[in-house]
Design a protein around this ligand. Structure first.
Ligand code: AMP
Length: 284
């Protein structure tokens, strides 16, 4: 495995791979790997000749006052894990390499970026889409590996790929969870022991809501109410949103029989947790 910091150095390998018609998988991450990241890496290694994993804590997707400076970073462990998983190239550029002085072009993601998490994180998805577009241009992948845990991100990136006629396939994989159901996230380490104990209530509430739809035909407005009620009983949780939306356009779904994404976000101590479950469909 090679750990590469410069775009021009990575391009030498990407060009060689293209010449020999090797299939490239790209896994974009902000590092501090957990099993969720590793599941994407393993899938890419299985489906491609070459796997590139990027580690870049992207300043463009953090608003002022968010956790950019304290976001966990652990390059040494990540490098060892990537090596173990058979990653070919770890791309870990410095900030200036991705956004040199005078940098000025950003992806406008439109309405999708203003829904759900976009309401409390304006500009977040503009930053995500911009860095992923750049990474795809740098790495020339055939497939891009994304987690369904960040469902809105996956929907927005899939749309960007389509809208910009990008020649890459989005592979969206299920969330990997702790034994108690909490979706793995680098931000879980912000939780105190007491907060960590109440964190699984988020996934439990989503699962119970889904169950209530399937068994009792609960209507989407009722689903939202039930999730809010359930979360308000969990110690220390401050609800940001709980919504039932279409996976296609993130618009609210009114008919409980249609494919839907039941998504919620909460603040719990110093962490913002998001999670979702799918209803009437197997994948996003
Ligand atoms: P991050 O490093 O948090 O930006 O995540 C990098 C990629 O890993 C994104 O595509 C995420 O959706 C995905 N990811 C994060 N958490 C999980 C998880 N628990 N299970 C599966 N994929 C995940």
């Amino acid at each position: 495995m090679k750990n590469i910091k410069k775009i021009k150095d990575l391009r030498v390998y990407v060009r060689a791979a293209a010449m020999s018609r090797e299939r490239i998988g790209l896994v974009p991450t902000m590092g501090c790997f957990h099993e969720g990241h590793l599941s994407l890496i393993r899938k890419s290694a299985e489906e491609n000749d070459i796997t590139i994993v990027s580690i870049f804590v992207n300043p463009a997707q953090f608003a002022g006052g968010e956790d950019f400076s304290r976001y966990p970073r652990d390059m040494e462990t990540d490098e060892a894990l990537a090596r173990e998983e058979g990653v070919d190239y770890l791309f870990s550029p410095l900030e200036d390499e991705m956004y040199p002085p005078g940098y000025g072009t950003f992806v406008e993601v439109g309405e999708l970026g203003r829904k759900l998490c976009g309401k409390s994180r304006p500009g977040h998805f503009r930053g995500v889409a911009t860095v992923v577009l750049k990474l795809v241009n740098i790495c020339g992948p055939d497939a891009l590996y994304l987690g369904q845990k960040d469902a809105q991100q996956a929907v927005i990136l899939r749309k960007m790929i389509n809208d910009f006629n990008m020649d890459v396939e989005a592979r969206i994989l299920p969330a990997v969870r702790e034994e108690d159901g909490l979706a793995m996230s680098s931000r879980n380490r912000y939780l105190s022991p007491a907060e960590r104990a109440s964190a699984p209530a988020l996934y439990t509430a989503l699962c119970e809501a889904k169950q209530a739809v399937l068994e009792e035909g609960l209507a989407p407005v009722e689903i939202t109410r039930q999730i809010r009620e359930s979360l308000s009983r969990a110690e220390g949780m401050d609800i940001d949103y709980a919504e039932v939306v279409s996976p296609a356009d993130l618009e609210p779904v009114r008919d409980a029989g249609r494919p839907a994404l039941i998504a919620a976000a909460v603040k719990l101590g110093g962490a913002r947790l998001i999670d979702n479950v799918l209803l009437n469909c197997e994948e996003l």
